[in-house]
Design a protein around this ligand. Structure first.
Ligand code: UT7
Length: 332
């Protein structure tokens, strides 16, 4: 049987930085409020002519180069994004695929908001274990600044741009395999976090006057409570299902939405501070890109070693959620 191994990681952040201080000249907020309530100090913002696919392509190039796998052997590209280059089509994955120089790889986007990378991981795992694909490039890429309302202090202080990518490959060595991925969704909570306009649910003639409602809207406090409850339950379940405890985890890599959510879930698992990966201060919330960007930070700091076990967890619009138990398994 083929197993799926997490071979490599890469990430890219655009150059421009937007600080909390700069946001105070745009909306009624303060560095103190943002830091205390979210842990965020700054976020990166893509240039006008820099598209989500450009961010994703740069992250993917690094991941492929670090994987030791030839570009032409990548047979599928999955991009998780809620800020695609184009609304509907073509998919951002096909654009990234072409920018990378791939010719015949299957390519498609998935829409699972901040849980997108965990969902992509489950797709890569399933395709590889079924024998349908051998080397799957998964990407989380977001230009959230394009769908952020910079007059809404409830959301604009949170989001940033960036991308992360990983190569998942077939292996016969079970010790290298992704152990488990959990995913779930509940549309009952759809209105907590959404872009209400711009889809088939809204009349064409309302688009112009309601352009602002193509931006993200969030009921932050309610989302926060559901996030803590759902994530705590999910990470406890995935550990129990696999006869593991928090002590078996080397790196807990949560979606970076809010320091307080991460702390609550980490505490529920009784994790030590050094187990918890935190990048929210410098990147803000980059939705589907936040987990691979955080893994990349650990990798580039030299702290991610072969065989070390990562626990990923994510929560986002939909609502969607997921978790994964993933050993880092670079090609020997
Ligand atoms: O990534 C996908 C999932 N997303 C999340 O998980 C995000 C979850 N939510 C959150 O992270 C937090 O709810 C926020 C950071 C968005 C908000 O923090 P909060 O502690 O839940 O604040 P709140 O919404 O309850 O608002 C508290 C107060 C309100 O004022 P009053 O009514 O008490 O006078 C808000 O109007 O803070 C006010 N407020 C602000 N003040 C200064 C809201 N946003 C701001 C702001 N600066 N940016």
């Amino acid at each position: 049987m083929a197993y799926a191994a997490f071979r490599s990681i890469g990430a890219y952040v655009p150059e421009k930085i937007l600080t909390n201080k700069e946001l105070t000249s745009m909306v009624d907020t303060s560095d103190e409020w943002i830091t205390k309530r979210t842990g965020i100090k700054e976020r990166h913002i893509a240039a006008k002519d820099e598209y989500t696919s450009d961010l994703g392509m740069k992250a993917a190039q690094k991941a492929i180069q670090r994987s030791g796998i030839a570009l032409e052997d990548i047979d599928m590209v999955v991009c998780a994004t809620i800020s695609p280059d184009y609304f509907c089509m073509p998919s951002t994955a096909t654009i990234i695929s072409t920018k990378l120089g791939l010719k015949n790889a299957t390519a498609f986007d998935i829409s699972a908001a901040c849980t997108g990378f965990v969902y992509s991981l489950s797709i890569a795992k399933a395709f590889i274990e079924s024998g349908m694909k051998k080397n799957v490039l998964i990407i989380g890429a977001e230009k959230l600044s394009a769908i952020t309302d910079y007059s809404d202090r409830g959301t604009c202080i949170l989001f940033g741009d960036g991308a992360g990518a990983a190569v998942i490959s077939a292996t016969e060595d079970k010790s290298e395999a992704i152990i488990d991925v959990h995913t779930g969704a509940d549309g009952e909570y759809a209105d907590l976090l959404m872009t209400p306009n711009g889809g088939s649910g809204s009349a064409h003639d309302s688009l112009e006057e309601e352009a602002g409602s193509c931006f993200m809207q969030m009921k932050g406090n309610e989302t926060f409570k559901v996030a803590v409850r759902t994530l705590t339950k999910d990470v406890k379940e995935i550990l129990a299902d696999n006869n593991l405890t928090g002590n078996d985890i080397k790196h807990f890599v949560p979606h970076q939405a809010n320091y307080r959510i991460i702390k609550a879930v980490g505490d529920a698992l009784k994790l030590r501070e050094e187990q918890v990966v935190l990048t929210v201060a410098k990147y803000g919330n980059t939705s589907g890109a936040s987990i691979p960007m955080a893994i990349n930070d650990v990798y580039e700091s030299g702290e991610l070693k072969a065989g070390e076990l990562m626990l990923l967890d994510a929560f986002g619009g939909g609502l969607t959620w997921g978790s994964a138990l993933v050993p880092f398994s670079p090609k020997k």
